[in-house]
Design a protein around this ligand. Structure first.
Ligand code: DHB
Ligand code: MG
Length: 224
């Protein structure tokens, strides 16, 4: 059995309409993605809600995000941590960060989110040097060639029990091409190998189809 991409989108639309209530602020944040340096790269509404649900089940109060873009996933994460929670979101592009800050303001969560502009790895290692408190949940969703570096920094910024989600690990199936000349594919394969080889980590990965085409994500639990 094979369903076409049009049907994947219809099913996502049905799930979102049935289960995923986006308020005005989320709709506007999602739609503002078209003004960013990477239109369409924000997570789907049902994936945004999954991130929030994972944060909730992990009891996360401190969340770290690599790749703010316009803050759509950031709104989901910030709402999930609740009033006493804190989200740090790292973004390379000032232009995206400006849009994100407006979206966070509109969503009523600007007070619990720090959007840090600059190369995400540099920002993360600075936090390690500063000795910040460990994060409970990390969402890695920035430039894919840097995935291994982002994982390394995440391990310096988490604790046993923390959860790490890595987005975009399928990319139309390209992930299985070990000889790919696409450095994004190699960044995904390298981070998956690093996760697999690290005794502190347990992980799985899932493929998704839907409003974002064919892609997927990895869920990692740090056990020690
Ligand atoms: C791209 C990056 C993302 O994080 C995403 O969700 C979709 C696309 C990209 O690099 O094109
Ligand atoms: Mg992504």
């Amino acid at each position: 059995m094979y369903a076409s991409e049009g049907v994947w989108r219809d099913v996502d639309a049905y799930f979102v309409a049935t289960l995923v209530a986006e308020d005005e602020a989320l709709v506007e944040a999602r739609e503002s993605g078209r003004l960013s340096t990477m239109p369409q790269a924000e997570v789907a509404p049902n994936q945004g809600k999954l991130l929030a649900l994972l944060c909730g089940t992990a009891g996360a109060r401190r969340v770290l995000e690599f790749g703010t873009l316009v803050g759509y996933s950031t709104v989901w994460l910030a709402r999930a941590v609740g009033e006493g929670g804190r989200v740090t979101s790292l973004e390379l592009e000032e232009r995206n960060a400006d849009i994100a800050r407006r979206n966070l303001e509109r969503a009523g969560v600007a007070g619990r989110v720090d959007v840090v502009v600059g190369p995400a790895a540099e920002s993360a290692w600075r936090m390690v040097e500063d000795g910040v408190e460990p994060y409970d949940f990390v969402f890695i969703d920035a430039d894919k060639p840097s995935n291994p570096e982002y994982l390394k920094a995440s391990l310096a910024l988490t604790r046993p029990g923390s959860v790490i989600v890595v987005d975009n690990v399928v990319r139309d199936g390209a992930v299985v091409d070990a000889g790919s000349s696409d450095e994004r594919v190699q960044g995904v394969r390298a981070v998956l190998a690093d996760i697999a080889g690290d005794a502190r980590l347990e992980a799985t990965a899932l493929q998704t189809v839907g409003s974002k085409g064919w892609d997927g994500f990895t869920v990692v639990r740090r056990i020690r």
